[in-house]
Design a binder for this molecule. Structure first.
Ligand code: ZN
Length: 346
């Protein structure tokens, strides 16, 4: 059996910063999916670290799905004041890791490039998953940018001043609810001007097309799957995939079993190969240059076969098994994310 050089991995979405109890990520933890020692073991040299503020009755990392066919009501909104305090504390945990020399918070594309080739600390991108921490007049946006914010999803799966997130429904079209508000359009424009990537993963379909029409940059869904393989509302229809391809964007293929399996089961007993099948589908439809990874580590149930971030080499094998060559693997694992980040940040 041939042994392969494993390319470095840039992962498009994790929720480790907002885990319950805010554990010390510099130590190898007994549970959860991601910490710095396990990142090293798995070859993850970069990633987008989300700051997610839960709705009152849902705690981070504890979004529990019912089994199989069902729809959940949209989560209740949260106030800007609560979100800002929670999100600032979570972002501060990332900045503390940077001050301790444990990782770099990317502010320009050269920070990503250094992490790809250097054996120094890995690179992280600070991401807001839902823009509730930003005031409707967007004054907080430049403060967040100064702190290091370089990626933002206008919504999580709930409504806010900017847009409406897609509710979790299995099966369902993503076409549920209204699109961007005027303030949402202003937010997308401001992000494009500042150089903050706009992430479409939790937007409903109307919001997706509103952003697409604005042409703010390459369209990016950081942690989603293909609707044709798993008809969950959070996944991307073929038409959405085509628009992502046409814009030069990408899909970070999610590892969450509810968005991979045709039966939507929230079940670790799910073949790792399903992640590779979603990647293969998107590559066959719009090209491998639009396929990347977006695990949702510490935010969802992932296949037990993968386990956690240390299991990434097994995923690379599964990607080889569906026919990706080493050059394509390097694009999926790093260079596609690098390309779209560079365009948004320029
Ligand atoms: Zn998410």
């Amino acid at each position: 059996m041939a042994t392969h050089f494993s390319p470095p991995v840039f992962d498009g979405h994790n929720d480790a910063l907002t885990r319950d109890g805010a554990p010390d990520l510099t130590r190898q933890l007994d549970d959860g999916h991601l910490d710095l020692p396990r990142m090293r073991e798995g070859g993850m040299r970069g990633g987008i670290f989300a700051v997610f503020t839960p709705s009152p009755e849902k705690r981070p990392g504890q979004v529990k799905f019912a089994r199989g066919v069902h729809a959940e009501p949209l989560a209740p909104p949260i106030s800007q004041e609560k979100a800002a305090a929670h999100a600032s504390a979570a972002a501060e945990r990332l900045l503390e890791l940077e001050r301790a020399g444990e990782l770099i918070v990317a502010r320009e594309i050269s920070d990503v490039d250094i992490a790809e080739t250097d054996s120094g600390p890995p690179v992280s991108v600070l991401h807001l998953e839902g823009a509730e921490a930003i005031d409707p007049d967007l004054e907080a946006l430049s403060e967040w940018y100064a702190k290091g914010l370089r990626s933002l999803g206008p919504v999580w799966s709930r409504a806010n001043d900017f847009a409406t997130g897609v509710q979790f429904a299995f099966p369902s079209s993503p076409d549920i609810g209204p699109g961007l508000t005027d303030r949402g359009e202003a937010l997308v424009r401001a992000c494009a001007e500042l150089g903050v990537l706009v992430d479409l993963s939790h937007l409903n379909e109307a919001g997706f097309w509103d952003v697409a029409r604005m042409e703010p940059g390459p369209l990016v869904a950081s942690h989603s799957g293909a609707h044709a393989l798993c008809a969950a509302s959070r996944n991307l229809t073929d038409a959405q995939l085509d628009a992502i391809g046409d814009s030069g964007g990408l899909v970070g293929i999610v590892f969450a079993t509810v968005f991979l399996r045709p039966d939507f089961a929230d079940d670790p007993d799910t073949p790792l190969a399903l992640i590779a099948e979603h990647a293969r589908y998107v590559a066959d439809r719009i090209g491998v240059e639009h396929v990347a990874l977006g695990s949702d580590f510490d935010g969802a149930t992932v296949p037990a076969e993968l386990g956690d971030v240390a299991g990434l080499p097994k995923l690379l094998e599964a990607l080889r098994d569906v026919g990706f060559n080493e050059e394509e693997l390097a694009a999926i694992c790093w260079h596609n994310w690098r390309r779209v980040l560079a365009v948004w940040w320029r």
